[in-house]
Write a protein that binds this ligand. Structure first.
Ligand code: ATP
Length: 265
């Protein structure tokens, strides 16, 4: 491909402060073109803040981010045209129908009119929403809203797809469809970056994962390489190991709470 950059996503020493609080600290990362990359981290680790900076919704306090070779701050339009983004809690236009919303987004992204209709129908069909396409979005369940947001993020065939906690709110069938779609996109050469707490999803799907702890990227590698580097059998144990939250400590604290010995915090 003529316009293929060296890397799909590049973070160069990126930090974000909220007042005096350092939510993201000196993060550097390269996500390869065609890679399925997972950001893992506990609640409050800084995953959403990092993704919001990557997609241009938050400005980094320092450092630079390039998407498909374009700087997200100085070349925002080009950078944003290369990406699709599904936030953790999508807020869609409730008074539009599913089909209306997708055609509105298709117009926004300059998808040619002659291609819009078939693309919208394929997406609705893929996510099992075709029979609800003429319903108002405000009548959609949480999982349906999540799926429609995903259709919207894919409408312009982006080179990079960002998904913040994509499996939350999906039933097992929806979660499976989403996994298949992510693998399909990766096999088509698209780059997918997702954040998740569901470590089995990351283990099964991701080519590489980055473990975020207190705003810092603690480790980046394939799940398999991380497992062998720490000697752990499961990615969950690697995660607990690297974030200093051993499972036994947590279990012991809980036992103390239930036994009421008063030594728990
Ligand atoms: P979760 O898995 O719970 O969604 P996360 O890893 O996505 O967590 P972030 O939402 O990035 O975490 O939050 C990282 C830290 O930054 C948290 O301590 C959070 O309270 C703080 N933070 C996020 N947004 C803001 C904001 N707008 N103002 C102040 N602090 C913020």
């Amino acid at each position: 491909m003529a316009d293929m950059p060296d890397e799909a996503i590049v973070l160069d020493d990126v930090s974000k402060q909220f007042g005096g609080y350092q939510a993201v600290q000196h993060m550097s990362l390269s996500v390869h073109c065609g890679e399925l990359f997972g950001l893992l981290g506990a609640n409050g680790a800084g995953k959403t803040t990092t993704i919001k900076m990557m997609v241009g919704l938050l400005r980094p306090s320092s450092g630079r981010i390039r998407l498909w070779g374009h700087d997200i701050v100085s070349d925002a339009l080009q950078a944003k045209s290369a990406i699709g983004y599904v936030p953790d809690n999508p807020n869609l236009y409730g008074k539009l129908t599913g089909r209306e919303m997708l055609s509105f987004l298709a117009d926004m992204y300059h998808v040619p009119r002659d291609k819009q209709r078939s693309r919208i129908e394929v997406l609705l069909e893929t996510f099992g929403l075709a029979s609800h396409g003429n319903d108002l979005v405000q009548s959609y369940s949480r999982g349906m809203t999540q799926k429609l947001a995903l259709c919207g993020a894919l409408i312009h065939e982006p080179k990079i797809l960002f998904l913040d906690e994509p499996t939350v709110g999906l039933d097992p069938v929806g979660a499976r469809q989403l996994k298949d779609v992510m693998l399909h996109l990766r096999n088509e050469g698209k780059t997918v970056l997702l954040s998740t707490h569901v470590l089995e999803v990351a283990d099964a799907l991701c080519d590489r994962v980055g473990i975020v702890h207190e705003g810092k990227l603690e480790a980046v590698d394939s799940p398999q390489a991380l497992r062998s580097s720490t000697g752990d059998e499961h990615l969950e144990d690697v995660f607990l190991h690297l974030t200093g939250k051993e499972r036994t400590d947590t279990a012991l604290q809980l036992i103390k709470v239930f036994e009421g010995d008063g030594s728990a915090p």
